[in-house]
Design a protein around this ligand. Structure first.
Ligand code: SF4
Ligand code: ZN
Ligand code: ZN
Length: 318
């Protein structure tokens, strides 16, 4: 049976059925539509100011590829000064290949590439952290180290480069999963903090923006593929089944039965955050202080990076 015609142009055959809206899209209309959705979101939320320097945090995956594609166009319209940043965690046999893709992604964004590594910033690669903890028979979750150190490294590199925003490739699924995980953990405050922290540049935290936040993961991947992305097949050796994977499966099952549910989850969280953001408990939690150990901006007494390294060294001494 012939595929139906595209509901946007009524000329070409559709290749994608968007279940949450009922649209049937041809390839050209699909890519144009994704770029339009991102553009409208960026304008509505005023994500960028004309002329500002924006750091693109890229990892080499499909989300980074899609981010580079859409940001190149947005940068032209807003006259943004784009720089691309890549953090090498130091995971042998996994990251080397990504670096080649990262160079290509930076070229697509027409942005100079700046790189740094865990080794340069923290004195240890992720492999070394893993080795040290294994020597003592400790089972640290490497993803916890990796995520925390990467966030710090991206912030520090973006600050060194005088960027006023960091753009990351998080998509709708990432956002819905985070909301759901905060709910499961009973962490309402974290939901609100994420929006309030946006304005903390003066304290040394560079605001993070997510231009792909309204695009489902499968559409980001499809867009990247249609734009010629290469995907690398290797899996990180430290990946393990996490709560996020379980939540991903639950949300995908729900989305299958009730198309649009991921949007509703993120929208509900945004409404909640808007209501909670003036609450005294939230304002107290977003007070930026300086880590008593390393001086980095943080909402805690001891920043999370120092906390993790202290846990590692304390355990290593025993
Ligand atoms: Fe880092 Fe975990 Fe991702 Fe590997 S799977 S790159 S350790 S966050
Ligand atoms: Zn069409
Ligand atoms: Zn610290």
């Amino acid at each position: 049976m012939e595929p139906p015609l595209c509901t946007h142009c009524s000329k070409r055959k559709s290749f994608y059925f968007r279940r949450y809206s009922g649209e049937k899209l041809c390839q050209q209309c699909f890519t144009k539509n994704i770029e339009g959705l991102v553009w409208r979101y960026v304008k509505r939320e005023q994500l960028f100011k004309e002329g500002e320097r924006v750091a693109l945090a890229i990892s080499g995956g499909k989300d980074s590829y899609a981010l580079a594609q859409v940001m190149r166009k947005i940068a032209k319209r807003f006259k943004l000064d784009l720089v691309a940043i890549f953090i090498d965690e130091g995971i042998g046999g996994y990251r080397e290949e990504a670096l080649q893709l990262v160079k290509r992604i930076a070229e697509i964004a027409e942005a100079p590439l700046y790189t740094s590594s865990f080794k340069e910033i923290f004195g240890m690669s992720l492999d070394e952290i893993h080795r040290k903890s294994m020597e003592k028979g400790l089972e640290f979750n490497m993803c916890t180290f990796c995520g925390t150190l990467r966030r710090r490294a991206i912030n520090d590199l973006a600050r060194e480069l005088n960027a006023s925003k960091v753009a990351v490739g998080h998509n709708l699924d990432d956002e819905a999963q985070t909301v759901f995980m905060n709910l499961i953990r009973g962490n309402l405050i974290r939901l609100a903090i994420r929006t309030v922290l946006y304005d903390k540049r003066s304290a040394g935290l560079i605001p993070r923006v997510k231009p792909l936040r309204n695009i489902p993961e499968n559409e980001v991947a499809l867009y990247a593929y249609l734009k010629g992305a290469q995907f690398y097949e290797r899996e990180c050796p430290y990946v393990r089944v996490s709560m996020r994977d379980e939540v991903r499966n639950i949300l995908n099952t729900l989305e299958e039965k009730h198309p649009g549910v991921k949007f509703s989850i993120v929208r509900s969280a945004d409404k909640l955050a808007a209501l909670l953001k003036e609450h005294p408990a939230i304002l107290e939690r977003v007070k930026i202080r300086h880590c008593k150990n390393c001086g980095a901006p943080t909402t805690r007494e001891l920043c999370r990076v120092c906390e993790l390294f202290q846990a590692l060294t304390a355990k290593l001494k025993t």
